[in-house]
Design a protein around this ligand. Structure first.
Ligand code: HEC
Ligand code: HEC
Length: 270
């Protein structure tokens, strides 16, 4: 009479025990997988992932808090990342001594306006300066000055940060520093428009930068640099080599001044 009862109890004890073992196995395997996943998740998706889950109270999640900087991903998508902005702002401080506090340029220091320029072009030029693809020609005195400055940007992250900062600076239309014939400039600009766009706003697909907010003296100097081979002759300067033959069609300095005057007539304050 008792035996079946005992058996039944043993059986239920056993199944309860195996249930407990099974549960523990699943629970701890799951926990282990989650613990392993946390750092990976932080690397892949940023460190905000553990928030809002119970696990954020556990040691593992707290450890990941200590080592990573928290950036709310949703906020980055809608506004300028405050960390990148601060880093870019401090990196730009040295640049501002020549290019101006708002990237407006400084004729006395031969430094062109940077505000209003396309970010992809700024980045490419900074890399070219760093690698000596631009600014290493023995006659490129201004480029050499800039090359030394590009060297202060340690890596691509620093370049991205300073470029992101420049990209949000307000744009001011440059003032004319010489007389140019806008009508004659318009005629020669017809060729340039194919790459730089009808208003000189630039065209990334053609690798051609914005010209409209560059100072007239800088435009003329670059056209002379291309024509004389100070720029656009380095074997790795693919884009410069595309531009160089275009400078050849401008017969003399006056033709360059005319085209610069036309380009500046399209200057757009953004
Ligand atoms: C000592 C003065 C000086 C400082 C400081 C300086 N630059 Fe320059 N930069 C120049 C000059 C001069 C040129 C023009 C070179 C030329 O004429 O070819 C130039 C050109 C550039 C260009 C190319 C623009 C174009 O339209 O092709 C970029 C981009 C640039 N600078 C970014 C920077 C950044 C970013 C910093 C700070 C890390 C910086 N510069 C610091 C003097 C300076
Ligand atoms: C085949 C396409 C093409 C045509 C046409 C062309 N360009 Fe360019 N231009 C480029 C490219 C590409 C660059 C950028 C080179 C680099 O990234 O180093 C450039 C760069 C420049 C620069 C230097 C900008 C800076 O910020 O330093 C000036 C100035 C310029 N072009 C003016 C002109 C003028 C004026 C004409 C017409 C006479 C013209 N371009 C026609 C492709 C072109």
């Amino acid at each position: 009479m008792i035996q079946p009862k005992n058996l039944k109890t043993r059986a239920s004890d056993e199944s309860f025990c195996s249930l407990l073992v099974g549960f523990n196995f699943i629970f701890f395997t799951g926990l282990l997988a989650f613990m392993l996943f946390l750092p990976l998740q932080a690397v892949l998706f940023g460190s905000d992932a553990p928030h809002g889950t119970d696990a954020s109270h556990e040691g593992v999640a707290d450890a990941s808090h200590d080592t990573t900087v928290e950036v709310p991903v949703a906020a980055v998508a809608v506004a300028v990342d405050p960390i990148t902005h601060a880093a870019g702002k401090s990196a730009y401080m040295i640049c501002s001594t020549c290019h101006g506090a708002e990237g407006e340029g400084n004729a006395a220091l031969n430094a062109p306006a940077l505000a209003g320029q396309d970010d992809w072009y700024l980045k490419r030029q900074l890399i070219k300066y760093k690698e000596g693809v631009r600014g290493s020609h023995p006659d490129d005195t201004h480029g050499m000055q800039m090359r030394a400055m590009a060297m202060t940007l340690a890596d691509e992250t620093k370049i991205d940060e300073v470029v992101a900062y420049i990209a949000q600076l307000p744009v001011t239309a440059p003032l004319a520093t010489f007389d140019g014939d806008v009508a004659k400039g318009a005629a020669s600009y017809a060729l340039c428009a194919a790459c730089h766009g009808p208003d000189g706003a630039g065209n990334e697909l053609m690798n051609a930068p914005a010209l409209q907010n560059l100072q007239d003296w800088y435009i003329v100097r670059q056209l002379q640099n291309y024509k004389s081979g100070v720029r656009g002759t380095h074997p790795k300067d693919i884009e410069g080599m595309q531009m160089r033959p275009m400078s050849m069609v401008l017969a003399d300095e006056q033709a360059m001044k005319d085209v610069a005057a036309f380009i500046n007539s399209k200057a757009a304050a953004k």
